[in-house]
Write a protein that binds this ligand. Sequence first.
Ligand code: CAO
Length: 416
Amino acid sequence: MRKALEGVKILDFTHVQSGPTCTQLLAWFGADCIKVERPGVGDATRNQLVDVEGADSLYFTMLNHNKRSITLDTKNKTGKKILEKLVKACDVLVENFAPGALERMGFSWPRIQELNPRMIMASVKGFGPGPYEQCKVYENVAQCAGGSASTTGFIDGPPLVTGAQIGDSGTGLHLAMGIVTALFQRESTGHGQRVQVAMQDGVLNLCRVKLRDQQRLSAGPLTEYSQYGENIPFTDATPRAGNDSGGGQPGRILKCKGWEHDQNAYTYFITQAAVWDKICDIIGKADWKTDPDFSTPTARLSRLNAVFHAIEMWTMTKTKFEVMDICNPLNIPVGPILSMKELAHEPSLRETGTIVEIEHPDRGTYLSIGCPIKLSSSPVTVTRSPRLGEHTDQILSDVLGYSDREIETIKKTGAV
Ligand code: CAO
């Protein structure tokens, strides 16, 4: 079956996590992703957090599936010529170098357009234009600068970063969206365009509801935050909400059976107003259905600690999966805290290709996360990441048309 992006050639200058997340997705949708790496060095993540000596790290392999790798010294004279040919041959250039690095290589946006007016040039940077635009940025810096950290954690503790890589992988997702949109527009205009996503903007976009709350503060305290019921005054900035649910229905993380020895024996539990009576029944508090102190959402706001304590007394008698089995049929929203170990072994995720087993000649079998976006007419087969420069000769010949003899001459210049 022909894949959605078949025929699209990506000149992939990305490294570390944000850019590779984006190009991996495009590769899964069928684009020919040509990863350009510095000879002898490659993407720094190949050698970061190494678990199998001599093999590319999981950091690299899990972000670079379905790509081809060419080594190319873009600061070498011949290397620059080859890069010019690649720019002419490809549809999209994706990069997440530090600000100014591509320009220093001699490949500014005007130069790229001159070489190939159909080229879409997509970039991730830490910040957009402004005081910080020259800064190099990593995941946690973006989480802090994008508003996530100030709104994560408990009210009486420090700001927290989250495990979900919203700065890197989140920005990569935004960039992929920009690229396919630009490809679509190119169908009618015939021209490429610049696609830019700043990690600060990507994180802030994911924190949209927190800016909502910032503005609501001027209309009075945020009643769905636990601190309201606990009489803790609000400041002039969106507070950290602990595990409160953001949608206006009180929710918390509660202990389940086995919590004493299993750090993930917890469940999320939302006391959605529409199912309050059912909650009262299952936790053995039928009288709360009519007790004026508990029967309405407003009355409960100042008693949430008592409410969740009673629910936790019940959840502690059940495993997190039993809580799920009992509450789901009753439409009570709950969610087990699933560990990476549990997710890795979850059969349904294997079934859908969300968790995949990949064979790698240097490291054996490893687990990876497959494509989370399922297209019915563009199925994804995840293939292993390339070794450094594995496809150099192949790309020089099949994309750029160099003969074997020319390739030998190129090699002597140190360009590849
Ligand atoms: N041939 C020759 N030179 C190459 C090359 C190649 N194939 N590939 C890269 N280089 C050079 C670059 O041209 C640059 O040289 P100059 O500094 O002389 O211009 C140099 O390698 C370093 O590239 P870099 O600046 O991107 O890498 P860094 O380690 O200094 O910074 C990072 C890394 C991630 C902080 C920076 O790239 C960045 O801020 N990127 C944008 C934001 C981003 O994506 N962050 C997410 C990172 S994941 O947490």
